[in-house]
Structures are given as structure tokens and as C-alpha cells.
Design a protein around this ligand. Structure first.
Ligand code: SF4
Length: 473
């Protein structure tokens, strides 16, 4: 069978393309039995020097039509969803018999709403697609109208109980290594051996045990699982031999599952005496001096900390209580061991007060002053699969997409699409703040992200927010 998978950028002008590990993993399994194609719209845009959305959509659709596949799978992220929807709609008009399946992190929890809203979508995968896609393709290949009950997928017109695989999650070591070979090193700088500064991402684990109210990781991927240290070493060896790279980024929101498991992993890495370095994302409060030293000895040279807020009240409200003093000590200790740190903060919680916001900005400043590689202040994105969203706070569409570079793509047609389906395009909305205006928040975000550790000033100074935020500059 001929299969085509499509990944989309957040906009026609977004510069970066990133490796989509989930799709590469599916391709690894399917290519053994089927003719598989991957179309990365970011690469298409660069190769054809496309600078507007109409041309990007038309070029992508004509590429897919020329392949005439039996199934087209779209990988859906919240930011790229408008482009995915428009591409699928045009494609279905030209290839009405091609099965269009949506999957990826954006779809879980929205499967029935997507099928109801868009008649050109034939099925939607819930959670991990690794096993579901095999069953879906097998059914399509059989040509039978009757579809046996398939777990983890909602199919148009077929009445069946749709469940995810959360009860029997995918055993990650059993999955093949993602099919990096279908990416050209010239198009993906991570794979280019000349770019020693960029790590190759490795699918290290999925899920999270925490229940932070704004986050959808647990409801999308379930409880945390990780590949074994032996398997991670095999993947690093394999990527080293193929692309001459020594630097990797483990993708897993919660790299520390528990102390015992992590100490075992680090011990295996240390005993392997490899020369690889790597980065990961961890909860800073799970670290201490001893563990940080072990991370460093095992090759860790970069960590991402989602710190979210400096305010104890907001920490409590979102269910992520981490003591600020402990955070600062952990960051200092990591930096003193040569581990680069990236910190991320969120503003725009609906219940956030000016005092809460000030505490977040203060902590962000402290991080920059300590010398972290990057500290980001992001606007909270409403995610339907999160508890906060289900708590029913109002969301508002202010016309500004999360990624300002995609402004040119938000034409009237897309605006109407977004506003007609607030749940499906919730990332283009913001929570309605109760104590601070959206304008103030947006200005504060710009100023905070321009804080300079050398001058210890927020720049640009002319973008000073209203009186209550004067002390920032
Ligand atoms: S924010 Fe991080 S720690 Fe909290 S649930 Fe999400 S992935 Fe887990």
C-alpha cells in the first residue's frame, strides 16, 4: 500500500523545521511492508522558496496527489493545526477515496469534535499511534467495509468504542529506531556533522506522573515510561555511526521517573565510558548535588527546567509547588558543573495577580543574572486536554497567534475557522485574565524576553508597560 505522512509548520514563514520523532517512528514500522513517503511542509517551503500560505498549501497538495496514496496521515500540533486542516480539505476534494487520518499530540481528547467539524477527515488517532496505525492500515488493506473494533482510533461512520492504549501502553524498547534516514542532513541541521552545536533528538520516553493543571502531557501520553539505558545507548551509537554526531537531546517531558530508576540509568551510562554528551528535561526539585554530579559524569551537559511561575499562590493553584530557594541552588550547582540550563516561565494564568506576575518576573531575572543559557517567558496556551481548560475559565481570541511570525497566515478565512471552533484551535486563544489586561501581559512578555543580564535592564525601554510595571525597567 502507498502511504504518505505530512508534517506542517506553524506558518508559511516559520524558519525552523524540526525532526518529528513520532512520525519517523511510525515510518520505521510501516516501511517494512509498505511504500512510505514523508512530506515535511517546512522543507517544501524552503526548497521551493515559497513565501505565502496559498502556494504552500497548493504545492503540498499537488505533491501528495502525484503520489496518489491510499492513506495520508497528518501529524497535528496545536500551532500548525490551521495549515493541516486547510491542506486536508483541499486534498480530499482531489483524492476523495484517499483515507485521511489525523494524529499527534493535538488530537487526543478532540477526536470526535474533529470528525464532527471536518467531513474530509476519515479517522483520528487517540494517544500513541504506534500500534493503532498498523491496525488501521491492515484494515484498509483488507478492503473490507466492516471494521473490527480498533483501539486508539475514532473512525467516521463506524460505531465502535474508541479507546486509547493507555491501559496497555506501548513498550518503548520494542519500537524500532526512528527512520532518520528519510531526512536529508542538508535539510535538517541537527543531522549535519558540521553542526556540532545542535543535538539530534532521541525519543527517550513519554508521559508524566505529575498533574500540573495547565499541562496536557499526562492526558495525552499517560503515565511516564522510558526506554532502557541500554536501548538509549544503542540509539546514540547508531546515530553516531550514521551522522558522526556525539551530542543528543533526550525528548521526554519528565526524564527523572524516580530516583532509583535515574541512578541506574546514569550508572549504566557512566560504566559504558562513551564520549557522548546529551541534554534532557527534568523537574528541578527532583535534583540535588549528588544527582547533579552523577548527571554530569554520565554526559549530561544541558537541562531544561519548566519553572512556570515565581508565585507560591500560582504554584499551588496549578499543582507545581517547587521552592524558589531550592530552584536557585539547583541552577547554581548545575552551572558550576558545566551543565547549561534553559528555564521557562508562563504568564497569563487567569487567576494571576500583578503581585504574582512580579514574582515570576523577579525569578526570571534571577535566572538570567545567574547565567542560564536562556530563560523564556511564554504566554499560557489553553489546552483542551488540560484540567485548567476543563475548569471552565473563559478564553478569548485577540487576533494575535502564539507565533507572531505567522501573522501573515491568519487571513479572514483562517480567522473564521479559528473562531468557529474555539476548542479545536484553542492555542490561538488566551485565558481571559481577571486582574491584568491582555495588553499589559503581552507588553510584559516582550519586555521580559528582552532582559539583558549585562546591563541588568529590560529592553527595549520604549516598550515600557503601564505604571504598575515601571519598576521593571
Ligand atoms: S508541566 Fe511538566 S511536570 Fe507538570 S504535568 Fe506537564 S510534563 Fe509533567
Amino acid at each position: 500500500m502507498k502511504l504518505c505522512f505530512v508534517t506542517a509548520p506553524a506558518s508559511s514563514t516559520t524558519e525552523e523545521n524540526s525532526i518529528t520523532l513520532g512520525v519517523l517512528c511510525l515510518l520505521s514500522q510501516l516501511k517494512q511492508y509498505h511504500e512510505c513517503h514523508l512530506i515535511d511542509m517546512s522543507v517544501l517551503r524552503k526548497r521551493r522558496t515559497i513565501d505565502n500560505i496559498e502556494n504552500l498549501l497548493n504545492t503540498c497538495v499537488s505533491e501528495i496527489v502525484s503520489l496518489d496514496p491510499t492513506l495520508v496521515g497528518f501529524s497535528c500540533m496545536c500551532s500548525s493545526f490551521p495549515i493541516v486542516v486547510q491542506t486536508a480539505q483541499r486534498l480530499k476534494r482531489l483524492l476523495p477515496h484517499t483515507h485521511i487520518v489525523f494524529g499527534g499530540p493535538h488530537c487526543t481528547g478532540l477526536e470526535n469534535e474533529i470528525l464532527n467539524a471536518f467531513e474530509f477527515v476519515d479517522s483520528v488517532v487517540i494517544g500513541e499511534a504506534d500500534r493503532t496505525i498498523l491496525e488501521l492500515v491492515r484494515w484498509l488493506e483488507s478492503g473490507k467495509k466492516y471494521c473490527p473494533p480498533l483501539q486508539g482510533v475514532s473512525i467516521r461512520g463506524i460505531s465502535q468504542q474508541t479507546k486509547s492504549f493507555f491501559n496497555t501502553p506501548v513498550e518503548l524498547d520494542s519500537l524500532p529506531i526512528p527512520l532518520y534516514e528519510c531526512l536529508l542532513p542538508s535539510e535538517y541541521p541537527e543531522l549535519n556533522s558540521m553542526r556540532i552545536d545542535l543535538p539530534i533528538p532521541i525519543d527517550a520516553g513519554r508521559g508524566c506522573a505529575a498533574k500540573c493543571s495547565f499541562c496536557a502531557t499526562r492526558s495525552t501520553w499517560g503515565m511516564p515510561r522510558q526506554k532502557s539505558p541500554e536501548r538509549l545507548l544503542v540509539e546514540m551509537d547508531s546515530l553516531h555511526h550514521r551522522f558522526s554526531k556525539n551530542y543528543f537531546a533526550f525528548t521526554h517531558d519528565s526524564f527523572i521517573l524516580n530516583r532509583q530508576n535515574t541512578e541506574h540509568l546514569l550508572k549504566v551510562f557512566i560504566n559504558a565510558r562513551h564520549s557522548y554528551t546529551w541534554g534532557c528535561s527534568v523537574r528541578a526539585d527532583l535534583l540535588d548535588e549528588k544527582l547533579i554530579e552523577e548527571f554530569h559524569m554520565a554526559g549530561c551537559r544541558g537541562m531544561f527546567f519548566g519553572l512556570e511561575t515565581g508565585s507560591p499562590n500560582v504554584k499551588k493553584a496549578i499543582g507545581k509547588v517547587i521552592d524558589n530557594t531550592k530552584l536557585l541552588n539547583v541552577v547554581k550547582y548545575c552551572l558550576s558543573h558545566g551543565i547549561d540550563i534553559i528555564t521557562s516561565f508562563i504568564i497569563g494564568f487567569p487567576f494571576e495577580t500583578e503581585a504574582d506576575l512580579q514574582m515570576t518576573l523577579d525569578l526570571h531575572k534571577r535566572m538570567v543574572d545567574l547565567g542560564v543559557r536562556n530563560s523564556m517567558v511564554n504566554m499560557l496556551c489553553p489546552l483542551p486536554a488540560s484540567r485548567l481548560f476543563r475548569e471552565g475559565y473563559d478564553i478569548i481570541y485577540d487576533g494575535f497567534p502564539p507565533n507572531l511570525s505567522s501573522l501573515d497566515d491568519i487571513n479572514l478565512q483562517v480567522q473564521t475557522l479559528i473562531q468557529e471552533h474555539p476548542n479545536l484551535f484553542s492555542s490561538f486563544f488566551k485565558y481571559m485574565p481577571r486582574h491584568i489586561s491582555l495588553l499589559e501581559l503581552s507588553i510584559v512578555q516582550v519586555i521580559a524576553n528582552n532582559y539583558c543580564s549585562v546591563t541588568r535592564k529590560f529592553v527595549p525601554l520604549r516598550l515600557k508597560a503601564q505604571t504598575n510595571f515601571n519598576q521593571l525597567v
